[in-house]
Ligand binder design. Structure first.
Ligand SMILES: Cc1ncc(COP(=O)(O)O)c(C=O)c1O
Length: 371
């Protein structure tokens, strides 16, 4: 019935979590499953990653949805709360809000003042150079005077920050951020620390601290431009397995003449007589509209290039290589857009984007199947 499927290999997901454990054996793991677990389905991914120590999502509605689904592990709210009342929800649903600005801290103090018996725990987020969310150095200095006066159960349980350029292994800014984090987190009370996303887990063991926060590597995708982990991971044997295979099928075969042009804008014209396949997937399913001619798809284990523009429900591919291998394609034949045998990173490169975006933008029209 369904033409477009995303098959999710749960065993690969678990394998990738084990790889994180191998890379950071001294740290606890908070698996980042925001944005519907990077497009993989948040509930099923949370169930498959039960060996994590905690989960992290960006927003309250994601956390509440997980609770509704019966997920009872610790959940970090990476964007904290947007209004004071939401601390009540954090308390009720055992969520750990991250406090990244003075307003959030003040709301929290108000909340504690009104709720003496509260057992809410929270983390702080520091801005060490990303300049997005996080307390500035001066704000933290001011805050640490206040924090010292608070009873232990009102102090933050931990402190985190986020790298801006961790995917660029040799970027000196990574060390600068780390040094600032190290310097600012020397506080007169005990506090847990967290800094590393996937790229830093692989390439910067000195940034692992108490908790690591893997996202993209859990889904089997490299946070770097390529998958040569050996250099990044200091020769350790890291093997990530792709988790999502996106597939559709052939819905038409066209025999065209030299000079015939294909699709919207007639932007791609046949350099010779050729046979074109129409595949039932398009940007309405989340396949990138900007995929360039030449972007590979996989059919009968052969790489075939995209030709013409991506439409809402269809793409067109050059079938020539199949005939050259003695294969006659038929309607209904399976076409892999990424995953098994074809890296999503490569499709992203051909579409001037990153694999994160491709995975997250799978639309509801795609059936997700778990295996
Ligand atoms: C605060 C925070 N930590 C960790 C991650 C995980 O990053 P990655 O997917 O690169 O591992 C993210 C993702 O954007 C994040 O925002």
């Amino acid at each position: 019935m369904h033409q477009v499927r995303a098959r999710i290999h749960l065993a690969a997901l678990k394998h990738n979590l084990d790889e994180v454990k191998k890379m950071s054996p001294e740290s606890r793991i908070v698996s980042v499953i925001k944005a519907n677990a990077y497009g993989h389905g948040i509930t099923e991914v949370a169930r498959a990653l039960q060996d994590s120590d905690a989960f992290a999502v960006a927003r309250m509605d994601e956390a509440l949805f997980l609770r509704q689904q019966g997920i009872n592990k610790i959940i970090f709210l990476l964007e904290g709360v947007y209004e004071q009342d939401c601390y009540k929800l954090c308390e009720q649903y055992h969520l750990i809000p991250v406090v990244y600005c003075m307003e959030q801290f003040q709301w929290l103090q108000n909340y504690f003042a009104e709720n003496n018996n509260s057992s809410l725990t929270y983390w702080l987020k520091l801005d060490t150079g990303m300049h997005r969310l996080g307390l500035q150095k001066t704000e933290l200095n001011h805050l640490s005077d206040i924090l010292q006066t608070l009873p232990d159960n009102r102090k933050p349980a931990g402190i985190m920050s986020h790298f801006a350029c961790a995917d660029e292994i040799n970027n000196p800014f990574n060390q600068q951020q780390l040094e600032l984090f190290e310097q600012l987190t020397v506080l007169p009370f005990k506090i847990q620390r967290s800094m590393a996303n996937s790229a830093a887990i692989i390439a910067m063991p000195e940034s692992h601290y108490d908790w690591v926060r893997p996202g993209i590597m859990l889904y089997g995708v490299s946070p770097f431009e390529d998958r040569v982990f050996k250099e990044a991971a200091g020769n350790s044997e890291l093997e990530l397995k792709h988790v999502m295979t996106l597939e559709s099928e052939l819905i038409a075969v066209k025999h065209l003449k030299k000079g015939d042009c294909i699709g919207y804008g007639s932007s791609w014209c046949c350099p010779q007589d050729m046979t074109i396949g129409v595949v039932g997937i398009g940007y309405g399913d989340g396949y990138p509209r900007h995929a360039r001619p030449g972007t590979p798809v996989l059919m009968h284990k052969h790489r075939l290039p995209l030709v013409g523009r991506v439409s809402m429900d269809m793409i067109t591919i050059n079938l020539q290589a199949l005939y050259q291998h003695g294969i006659t394609p038929a309607l209904g034949d399976r076409v892999i857009l990424w995953g098994e045998g074809l890296l999503v990173e490569q499709v992203a490169q051909c579409s001037d984007t990153i694999a994160y975006e491709l995975l997250c933008q799978i639309t509801q029209r795609v059936t997700i199947e778990y295996e």
